[in-house]
Unconditional design. Structure first.
Length: 76
């Protein structure tokens, strides 16, 4: 069961409430009984590991593309 954070619009107190997903949001502050709103937080995305990109991309020569890349000419 997730814990949601709420903030009162009048007294600005913050409180947490454990609720099921299908429960309606809390609308009253427990301290002053004013209007409360749910506080939304951004969710961090953390990519761990040394090979995230090198292991999770397409093969180097996908079907439908011609052979090797042309080599650059070296001038003396």
């Amino acid at each position: 069961m997730p814990i949601y954070e709420y903030e009162c619009c009048f007294c600005h107190s913050r409180f947490e409430q454990r609720q099921h997903f299908d429960e309606s949001a809390v609308t009253a502050c427990p301290q002053c009984h004013g209007k409360a709103r749910r506080v939304l937080h951004s969710v961090p995305v953390i990519f761990k590991g040394s090979g995230f990109y090198t292991t999770d991309h397409r093969s180097p020569n996908p079907a439908g593309q011609g052979g090797e890349k042309p080599k650059a000419e070296v001038k003396d």
